[in-house]
Write a protein that binds this ligand. Structure first.
Ligand code: PLP
Length: 431
């Protein structure tokens, strides 16, 4: 074997440049994190070469004696990381990503064209929770199922559980999905369970964003109330890019078989064993007391950012946060999230534009999402958050000043000064 640098200097250079980008700037994308070297080593290992369709002990390929040990270890660690009794809970560790985990969970639980209710995308929900627009069914979750999203209360930004209760009573969904991509507060799982029970619905949590916080006990556990819990493994959990599906075994005798068959062969082929090795490593790390300290610091940092931004009178959805992210509503300032994202990009601060409740455009939404998982992995604490929040404040002030001067010249000058990139300033003017 030759090294990457020898075999393909072009790709090696891209990897090096991206590595430099990740460490030279401030990474504030709420769905991202910096996984450990150990996870990356496992992820880049020889295990990528192996086919192992099926489950441990029941494969469609030979030579799986080591892979079986690995997958069993990963399953054990997944249950342990979330403090689950193996008699009550099982887990499938093969999903390639959060989206495929969700679709496999739907496939296991409900039938095509059954009704689902998830949090709407503009309210913080994820695409895979049934998103569609007036013009189009956008995702498989709305193409293959009937979807009626629930909302946050536009005044408070909090989930409108009361309206959900009323609507679920009328709509009678087979499945209620909780979990979000841009919701800064903890969930009332007990209330959701009551709503699900009143309507004969399954309750599924997609805890992708907060799973590291759940493992560490920083956010409440969906396992106390849900039938199925899915997660990605690469956000606050800090593993490789993949998904997990946990299922409660004590209510339905065949649920284990349904989930496993939904993953393979219904939705996927051979598991990515290199990734499963990475997940196993991440789960070991998540069970370590040091991870609890990390997760606690993530929440402390998010709250510290929220506090500074609020002190400047900026509007934050729900006026604060219980988790790793802050959803910043820029609409009262007359700014778009896309403009602020672009300005931050030019300063090597990576945030992402995000819809806030009431937004109609995902391309030019009214907010940005700010997440603290990655910076906390770089050992930043609340003291550093004053500086980070100040950078964000300055970026927004520049955008405002430019708008006040009724033109984009200042913005262009700013971008050109920071990046020397005329093309970037033109793009910015269009946002
Ligand atoms: N579920 C939630 C709540 C998410 O936020 C995301 C991605 O950000 C996903 C699922 C999809 O995960 P993936 O990108 O791994 O498919």
């Amino acid at each position: 074997y030759t090294t990457l640098a020898e075999a393909d200097p072009e790709v090696a250079k891209i990897v090096e440049d991206e590595t430099w980008r990740q460490f030279s700037g401030l990474e504030l994308i709420a769905s991202e994190n910096l996984t450990s070297l150990a996870v990356m080593e496992a992820n880049g290992s020889m295990l990528t070469n192996k086919y192992s369709e099926g489950l441990p002990g029941a494969r469609y390929y030979g030579g799986n004696e080591h892979i079986d040990i690995l997958e069993n270890l990963c399953r054990e660690r997944a249950l342990k990381a979330f403090n689950l009794d193996p008699k009550l809970w099982g887990v499938n560790v093969q999903p390639y990503s959060g989206s495929t985990a969700n679709f496999a969970a739907f496939t296991a639980l409900i039938n095509p064209q059954d009704r689902i209710m998830g949090l709407g995308l503009p309210d913080g929900g994820h695409l895979t929770h049934g998103y569609y627009t007036a013009k189009k069914k956008i995702t498989a979750s709305s193409i293959y199922f009937q979807s009626f999203p629930y909302r946050v209360d536009p005044k408070t930004g909090l989930i409108d559980y009361e309206q959900l209760q009323v609507n679920a009573g009328l709509y009678k969904p087979r499945l209620v999905i909780c979990g979000a991509s841009a919701y800064p507060r903890d969930w009332d799982y007990a209330r959701l369970r009551k709503i699900a029970d009143a309507n004969g619905s399954y309750l599924m949590s997609d805890m992708a964003h907060i799973s590291g916080l759940v493992a560490a006990g920083e956010n409440s556990s969906p396992f106390d109330f849900c039938d199925v819990v899915t997660t990605t493994t690469h956000k606050t959990l800090r593993g490789p890019r993949a998904g997990l599906i946990f299922f409660r075994k004590d209510k339905e005798a065949d649920i284990e078989q349904r989930v496993n068959q939904a993953v393979f062969p219904a939705c996927q082929g051979g598991p990515h064993n290199n990734t499963i090795a990475g997940i196993a490593v991440a789960l070991k790390q998540a069970a370590d007391p040091a991870f609890k300290t990390y997760a606690k610091q993530v929440v402390t940092n998010a709250r510290a950012i929220a506090k500074v931004l609020s002190s400047h009178d900026y509007k934050l959805q729900t006026d604060g946060t219980d988790n790793h992210l802050v959803l910043w509503d820029l609409r009262p300032l007359g700014l778009t999230g896309s403009k602020v994202e672009k300005i931050c990009d030019e300063c090597h601060i990576t945030v992402n534009k995000n819809a806030v409740s009431g937004d109609t455009s995902a391309q030019v939404p009214g907010g940005v999402r700010v997440g603290l998982a990655a910076l906390t992995s770089r050992s930043m604490t609340e003291e550093h958050m004053d500086i980070v929040a100040d950078f964000l404040h300055r970026a927004v002030q520049i955008a405002l000043q430019a708008q006040k001067e009724a033109g984009t010249k200042l913005l262009k000058d700013f971008v050109t000064a920071y990046s020397g990139n005329g093309e970037a300033s033109q793009q910015l003017a269009a946002l």
